[in-house]
Design a protein around this ligand. Structure first.
Ligand code: NA7
Length: 539
């Protein structure tokens, strides 16, 4: 039996899928359904339940801004929201807009293909259900495909292993266990102090040392909460105007505009304030290597001052990339945890992991016996979540083949040969370089307006022009080279953390505000760069 044809199928019920459903169903009156692999809303946050999981964007800016009522109604409790609080927020939004009735949970999409004669997308799920829709919208997030390195012998391991991005819902009790953790990215840096507080011992396997600034998390005072509510208009405006979609502005001055003493005082003040704002003290930290090295040296000095053991301090401050060229973590007691006697640090750059043995981890320097291994090894970022959907477009061409040498898209929104498919925060858009809800809202609103335009104008099909895709690829590449971002050899922005993945800088680094302007111009010029085919052209 043919499934009923929907207007839109949305894959994923995180920030993007939920808002897309609300926009299409409640504002445009379309039939829309969300297919979600998890048993609840939350997307990335549904899966990332590891100890210490917390957002690095400040809570009052890590939320939807489309509803004044929600901005006034919802109360964040801490400077940075912890995973359970974000889940409460997501459920609050889902219930407020009655979204769950149009979300099919526990429904994993395993394939999607473009049926050209019917002008429809056909989608298959793991349970064997079929769906059909005019528009296919991927809302699968950028960091939702766990990267478990293919270590030799993993299946022989007699202890238990877990990946932070697929954390057991019932939690993990580390009491009395000898725990090993592989990975010291943003996730690993968050989980280490929390695991260390419980485990009998914690062995951290570090491949690349990382900068981290203190988060200085704290409960929000009633005064701050009141200030936020009174000033939300201005805060949201700032988030839309700034490069990274945060609520603070990057100062316009250069590091070389001030004396050494003034620079030191500014860094100290920033360090005390805590958080990602450390980047914002000077405008050239992320664009000028010499300016960057001043910030980098300051952080390395702080690491050396905090970590007492000279060898640990050396390993932790021996950082091979400019500050913020990889996603800069913020932490709560990471370097302090390294001072605990039962926390050891193993340099797996000098002595790489050779295999997982039945008893633990063996590096070229020796074997470490462990009762549990935590993989904080990141994600097959940005392209991974899209490729695992097994999407085939026009003429049966697979997205996997089109992207064999790296992702190609127009504005990170559409791929040539995949008509009527839209990728929210897809590769080629600012996405992960932005405070995500800001990037998500802009994409969802663009897609919603575009679909409304198509319906009003009788447009049956839309996909980008080959030339527009080629031009955008050049722009994404150029934008990255105006920053120091490509200088980190092992960054997941480049796909370098997954062996065999093409090394292409994936997000658009020109800034969210500039990108928003480009999208507005594209729309104002009749969706320049897209091919719009009318109904009559199909018959
Ligand atoms: P990341 O930032 O990709 O970090 C993964 C960590 O795991 C990083 O330290 C990696 O070292 C390490 N890793 C990965 N594979 C291996 C192998 N094979 N051996 C040893 N070490 C390995 O992921 P996160 O989850 O921390 O953060 C992802 C984003 O989530 C974060 O940026 C925020 O936006 C939220 P490497 O640096 O590659 O040498």
């Amino acid at each position: 039996m043919n499934p009923p044809v929907l207007d839109a199928l949305i894959i994923g019920a995180g920030f993007s899928g939920m808002y897309q459903l609300h926009c299409l169903r409640d504002r445009q009156g379309l039939s829309a359904l969300v297919l979600e692999a998890g048993a609840g809303v939350g997307g990335t946050w549904y899966w990332n339940r590891y100890p210490g999981a917390r957002c690095d964007s400040e809570s009052h800016s890590y939320c939807y801004s489309f509803s004044q009522e929600m901005l006034q109604e919802w109360e964040w409790s801490e400077r940075y929201p912890e995973q359970p609080e974000i889940m409460r927020y997501m459920n609050y939004v889902a219930d407020k807009f009655d979204l769950k009735r149009d979300i099919r949970f526990n429904t994993r999409v395993i394939a999607a293909h473009w049926d050209a004669p019917a002008n429809l997308w056909r989608v298959e799920t793991e349970a064997g259900q079929s769906y059909a829709a005019r528009y296919l919208i991927t809302a699968v997030g950028c960091l939702s495909t766990a990267n478990v390195p293919k270590f030799l012998g993993l299946e022989s391991y007699e202890g238990r292993w877990v990946h932070t991005g697929e954390w057991p819902h019932e939690g993990v009790d580390f009491t009395g266990l000898r725990v090993g953790q592989i990975g010291t990215g943003s996730t690993g840096i968050q989980s280490i102090p929390v695991i260390a507080a419980q485990a009998a011992s914690l062995t951290v396997f570090q491949r690349t040392a990382n900068y981290s600034t203190p988060a200085r998390n704290h409960p929000l005072s009633p005064e701050f909460q009141a200030w936020v509510k009174a000033n939300y208009g201005e805060i949201v405006q700032t988030m839309r105007e700034t490069r990274n979609g945060h609520w603070f502005r990057i100062k316009d001055r250069s590091i070389f505009d001030v004396t050494d003493e003034e620079r030191e005082a500014a860094f100290e003040e920033s360090w005390e304030k805590g958080g990602l704002q450390f980047r914002s003290e000077f405008g050239d930290i992320t664009t000028n290597l010499e300016a960057n090295s001043k910030a980098a040296e300051f952080i390395k000095r702080k690491i050396r001052e905090t970590v007492k053991d000279p060898e640990k301090a050396r390993l932790l401050s021996d950082i091979d990339h400019p500050y913020a060229a990889k996603r800069p973590p913020i932490d709560t007691g990471y370097f302090e945890a390294m001072n605990l006697d039962h926390v050891s640090l193993v340099d797996v750059k000098a002595n790489p992991i050779v295999e997982i043995t039945p008893k633990g981890v063996r590096t070229t320097a020796g074997e470490y016996e462990l009762d549990m291994i935590v993989f904080a090894t990141g994600f097959d970022a940005m392209t991974g979540p899209l490729l695992r959907l097994n999407i085939t477009g026009r003429d049966g061409v697979a997205l996997r083949d089109v992207w064999a040498a790296g992702p190609r898209s127009y504005l990170g929104l559409q791929v040539e040969g995949f008509p009527n498919m839209f990728t929210i925060t897809g590769p080629g858009s600012p996405s992960v370089l932005t405070n995500m809800p800001v990037a998500i809202e802009q994409h969802v609103e663009f897609i919603t307006t575009l679909i409304a335009h198509m319906r009003a104008e009788g447009v049956a099909r839309i996909e980008p022009e080959a030339e527009a895709v080629a031009d955008w690829l050049v722009k994404v590449n150029e934008a990255s080279h105006e920053t120091l971002l490509p200088q980190a050899a092992s960054s997941w922005y480049l796909g370098a953390n997954v062996p065999g993945k093409p090394r292409v800088f994936m997000p658009y680094a020109g800034g969210m505000a500039k990108y928003r302007g480009i999208c507005e111009e594209v729309a104002a010029e009749g969706y320049k760069g897209f091919v719009l085919e009318r109904e009559t052209a199909l018959t």
